[in-house]
Design a binder for this molecule. Structure first.
Ligand SMILES: [Zn+2]
Ligand SMILES: [Zn+2]
Length: 343
């Protein structure tokens, strides 16, 4: 009998209350005029409020947003909520890298105060990206929040090795909607291969470490006249569905901490359940779209595929971990969190 360690928090037998919760759609990365976005913060909030979201975090560069006035205007019980946070825009000196620095941005989600990055003008010297993740992660936890590692392929910045020491349950951007963060990876100008975010995830999971994959917007451009411009960081491209019993900061942050959410660029799941023997999804169909679910294990290997709306994978105990990736015939995606599997 395999023993399933549900660090993704979806083991129904262990967390029945959460598994019976409601799904809330949200975004964990948004900018306004308070940093380098192009509209006032209330317009950012209004966009998410009027486009079917239940929550958004506001994550300005080095600016902590007081969300109380925004919630006074926009919040509604179990329908919409603004959550506090920021982007910690850490850079790390590396003379061998184009521009002399690498970007080690992380989001602080649910924090109660500003967290400043290390170094003058955010430039840490004489330390690794991994060391800044450790320091900034601790500072974010000290401020009551959760760390999300952002866009590792932005300016070809974060070597995979620097993500290997992140603590279990750290969030990272598996899919960021900004057009120049290169989720699919590539080779940098010095010839180093920078893996896709999804390949990074499988490498890290295969080492036995459990990170939670997030899809978000990193939205900066909200002007209606720019709606059709693919070269701008528009809202509405990637999001998460979080399972919680109510729409409160505590409930959403707790669900993020236990990994009780999935990431999407358009596919909606009706249900998601893992028991000691099974990993089970239920897809909400849209029009005449067709769906492909791939169950993935150690080394990124595809363990099984299904084209039904209720794919089920029977866990054998040899997988190392199991996660699911769903794609539809129009290219939309959903990614569920991994569970570690041990015999
Ligand atoms: Zn960033
Ligand atoms: Zn950003």
């Amino acid at each position: 009998m395999p023993c399933v360690v549900a660090l993704g928090g979806v083991l129904a037998a262990e967390v029945p209350a959460a598994a019976q919760g409601r799904w809330f759609k949200g975004n964990t990365h948004a900018h306004s005029l308070n940093s380098d976005g192009d509209v006032p913060v209330d317009e950012v909030v209004r966009w998410y409020r009027t486009h079917g979201y239940h929550f958004t975090f506001i994550t300005e560069h080095e600016y902590f947003t007081d969300v109380a006035p925004l919630n006074a205007l926009f919040a509604a019980a179990n329908r919409f909520l603004v959550l506090a946070g920021q982007e910690v825009t850490q850079r790390v000196e590396d003379r061998s890298h184009p521009g002399g620095a690498r970007q080690a941005h992380v989001n602080a989600l649910g924090t109660n105060r500003l967290v400043l990055p290390l170094g003058e003008r955010n430039l840490a010297t004489g330390m690794s990206i991994a060391a800044t993740f450790a320091r900034n992660g601790q500072a974010i936890r000290d401020a009551g929040g959760i760390m999300q590692v952002n866009h590792p392929n932005f300016l070809w910045s974060v070597p995979l090795a620097d993500m290997m020491d992140l603590p279990d349950s750290t969030l990272f951007e598996l899919w960021n909607g900004h057009p120049i963060v290169y989720n699919l990876g590539g080779t940098d100008s010095t010839g180093h291969v920078m893996p896709s975010t999804e390949a990074r995830w499988d490498s890290i999971l295969s080492r036995g470490k459990l990170l939670f994959g997030v899809a978000d917007d990193d939205s900066h451009s909200f002007r209606p006249e720019d709606a059709g411009n693919p070269d701008l960081a528009r809202p509405g491209r990637g999001w998460i569905w979080v399972r919680a019993d109510t729409l409160s900061p505590t409930a959403i942050l707790d669900a993020l901490r236990r990994g009780d959410f999935y990431s999407s660029t358009g596919i909606v799941l009706r249900d998601l359940r893992v028991s000691p023997g099974e990993y089970r999804l239920e897809i909400t169909p849209a029009g005449d779209r067709r769906y492909l679910t791939e169950f993935i294990g150690h080394g990124g290997r595809v363990l099984a595929t299904s084209t039904t709306l209720r794919p089920v994978y029977r866990i054998t105990g040899n997988e190392g971990y199991v996660r699911a990736r769903v794609s539809d015939s129009s290219g939309r995606m959903a990614w569920t969190q991994a569970v570690r599997v041990r015999r």
